[in-house]
Unconditional design. Structure first.
Length: 556
């Protein structure tokens, strides 16, 4: 009998627990974001893991806001997180929870620890607590308030709750071991005084629990079976277990996995907040941001993000994923879905001198060669068109297969044209090309066997629509912005956004819809931006057509 295989080490742990009936055959996970910023691509990994694992085992997954710090939290972040998780394709049913729902119960548990002599009120400042804590090689020393009586601690803790003391003047700390080799066990803070209204509880509380104290209790109260968290919480696991064991309450299993790191990107919420607050970007949903809102605005699909997360895998060791893999996933998805359209981003006018000036014809254009069921659309053609300026060279090198004087090229879906004359302004800049067309080459093919290597996209000058197009590149110039000795913002790419204001698009795009992606032929994938209004269209570049990741894979 062959050994059973697992998709990842977490599934192996879960299936062994199921075999032993440790949690009565249940699998119940949770995604617990802090509402102090927008979710990013790293959170997508945790979302897919928690919800996906629950789905695989016919279990449940809660969406729970870890709202224990009113100084940094906002209702805006709550709403954005709910929208992002739904957009990624996951549903928590009626299990939307908040840590703040459990504040009364957490307070009761804290009183229990005080009564057991396992917690005390401390008057040391935050700086003094750090000094007393010691180091990895030097044990800490006891707080002078560590041996207060149970009665005094109960009285002071109640007065802390009632708002009688100033911010930072007292804390409630667990009484564990100031010489413990794990610094997290050296009398960690459980409550701090914060006189700031909370987005859910208002001014009811003057004390708020720390993450280490709150998180294990939230998991326990919700009867979570497997508490999946990233590796930075591995050293906190011993404290997670200690609190639950001291209280003698339901005990979930914490399992740590490696977080997602991405090249040319920062995923620290603190650093993303700086990018927003210091105006390096235009908000949390700026298409350059690695936030889910930013990726969605840029044209990324939930399918592509889920595919990316699956390809990165679940491991126990940290690694950095090449941004090219994320781009590969969105190309792979949009290649099957996106309608092909023609858009000229840097227009050069072409006059077809032997085409009737008063004539317009409708040509058939295939919507998506990857999906024959997508059918065809009509594109207008007339005597004046625009092509890309880069598609013409007056002094063309030998292997330049696009348009040049005396050379013939194919217009996509249309005709063969030959350049006969170049028109320039007084400064020598090319302003117009005069060409002739072959009427027998309709559809881009001839019966005489002529071979034309170059095929250009184009738009009708009389029928095209104007638009702005935003082109994006990596937000940072270095593969790992955090490696720099200086501030990570020193590596911000000032050319990460390029706005083209005179683009010409085929007329079908006047009906473009938000959330719909298009492939601009030979240019990449684009989507309509929310800044569009009336006839002022703005399109964001999702990704170019060049797939560097597929080349990397082929080399391997």
């Amino acid at each position: 009998m062959s050994e059973k295989t697992y998709s990842n080490f977490i599934e192996e742990i879960i299936e062994k627990d199921l075999d032993k009936n440790i949690y009565d055959g249940r699998v119940h996970t949770r995604f617990p974001p802090e509402p102090n910023g927008y979710l990013h691509i790293g959170h997508a990994k945790s979302i897919c893991l928690n919800f996906g694992t629950a789905q695989k085992y016919n279990g449940k997954c809660n969406l729970r806001f870890d709202d224990t710090n009113p100084q940094k939290e906002d209702k805006e972040y709550v709403n954005s997180i709910i929208e992002d998780v739904k957009w990624l394709g996951f549903d928590w049913g009626d299990r939307l929870f908040y840590a703040s729902l459990y504040f009364d119960k957490m307070y009761e548990y804290a009183v229990q620890l005080i009564k057991k002599g396992k917690a005390y009120v401390c008057d040391l400042t935050a700086e003094e607590i750090r000094e007393y804590r010691g180091t990895l090689t030097k044990p800490g020393k006891d707080s002078p308030y560590r041996n207060r009586s149970i009665e005094e601690n109960l009285e002071l803790f109640e007065r802390m709750k009632n708002g009688e003391f100033a911010d930072g003047s007292k804390t409630l700390r667990a009484k564990i071991d100031m010489s413990h080799p794990n610094l997290n066990m050296r009398d960690p803070v459980m409550y701090r005084i914060v006189h700031t209204p909370h987005h859910k509880t208002g001014s009811k509380w003057s004390i708020y629990p720390t993450y280490d104290w709150a998180h294990c209790l939230e998991d326990s109260i919700e009867c979570i079976t497997h508490s999946l968290c990233t590796l930075e919480f591995a050293d906190h696991k011993i404290l997670y277990d200690w609190f639950l064991e001291q209280l003698g309450i339901y005990h979930p299993k914490q399992i740590e996995f490696a977080r997602l790191n991405l090249t040319y990107t920062v995923l620290s919420k603190r650093k993303l907040t700086r990018l927003v607050n210091e105006k390096y970007v235009q908000g949390w949903d700026d298409p350059r941001m690695p936030t889910i809102a930013g990726l969605r605005r840029r044209g990324y699909t939930p399918e592509s993000i889920r595919d990316f997360v699956e390809k990165t895998g679940i491991t126990r060791s940290d690694s950095v994923v090449d941004y090219a893999l994320l781009e590969h996933c969105i190309r792979d998805d949009l290649n099957k879905k996106a309608q092909r359209v023609m858009a000229v981003l840097d227009p050069l006018k072409v006059v077809i001198t032997n085409y009737p000036q008063d004539k317009t014809e409708e040509l058939d254009a295939e919507n998506n060669p990857e999906n024959p069921n997508d059918g065809y659309r009509k594109v207008p053609f007339c005597s004046e068109i625009y092509i890309e300026r880069e598609d013409f060279k007056e002094d063309a090198p030998k292997k330049f297969f696009r348009l040049s004087p005396g050379k013939e090229v194919r217009l996509k879906h249309a005709y063969y044209i030959t350049c006969n004359e170049v028109i320039k302004d007084k400064n020598g800049n090319i302003t117009e090309l005069r060409c002739t067309y072959d009427p027998q080459s309709k559809g881009g093919w001839t019966d005489d066997g002529r071979k034309v290597k170059g095929t250009l996209h184009w738009v009708s000058a009389k029928h095209c629509i104007d638009a702005k197009v935003r082109l994006y590149s990596h937000m940072f110039t270095k593969e790992n912005p955090d490696d720099a000795e200086d501030d990570f913002l020193d590596n911000f790419n000032q050319e990460s956004l390029l706005v083209l204001k005179n683009c010409k698009l085929e007329p079908s795009l006047k009906d473009a819809k938000f959330g719909t992606s298009y492939q601009f032929l030979r240019k990449g994938y684009f989507c309509l931006d929310k800044d569009s209004h009336n006839n002022n269209l703005v399109f964001n570049q999702t990704v170019t057509l060049k797939d560097t990741w597929s080349k990397i894979v082929k080399k391997k």
